[in-house]
Design a binder for this molecule. Structure first.
Ligand SMILES: [Zn+2]
Length: 157
């Protein structure tokens, strides 16, 4: 197994139906599997003998920090953060159709591949703009502290 590239599988890739889940080299974050078990796809897991893994705390912190930097943090679930953290920890490749995960992966220099659809071509840096006074914020806040209007995400090209 040493030296072999690991592929970190996220929920969207699991559900795409394009993966041979018993393939060697795939890593399943424990939280992804738990998420799928909650759904109707438990059958997939019964037939495959797969091993799950959880990322180390320091890698979760790194993934969070990166997601905050790109502005994707609020679009990511704890499971998504685990996927990113495992990819950082194992220097693996993420299989995902989730644009927010792909964007953070790109920012971190992590390779990724779409499970079914093609990935984004370039990284997007998200910014947040007040719908009232148009002030720009780097991080997501629900309400503008200046004028009280909603703050919405937009992409800075
Ligand atoms: Zn405002």
């Amino acid at each position: 197994m040493e030296g072999k590239k690991k592929y970190i599988i996220d929920t969207s890739a699991m559900l795409s139906g394009n993966l041979n889940i018993s393939e060697d080299g795939y890593v399943y974050p424990e939280s992804v599997i738990n998420e799928i078990k909650k759904g109707s796809l438990e059958k997939i897991l019964e037939v495959a003998n797969i091993t799950t893994r959880s990322p180390g705390k320091e890698y979760i912190a790194k993934a969070r920090e990166a997601a905050l930097s790109t502005g994707d943090y609020n679009a990511l679930s704890a499971t998504d953060i685990d996927v990113l953290a495992l990819a950082i920890e194992l220097n693996g490749i993420i299989i995902t159709d989730d644009y927010a995960i792909q964007n953070v992966a790109k920012y971190c220099g992590i390779a990724y591949s779409g499970g079914g659809i093609s990935g984004i071509k370039k990284g997007i840096i998200w910014k947040y703009r007040c719908t009232g006074c148009h002030k720009i914020y780097d991080e997501y806040i629900k309400t503008c502290p200046i004028c009280g209007h909603d703050v919405k995400r937009y992409s800075k090209k």
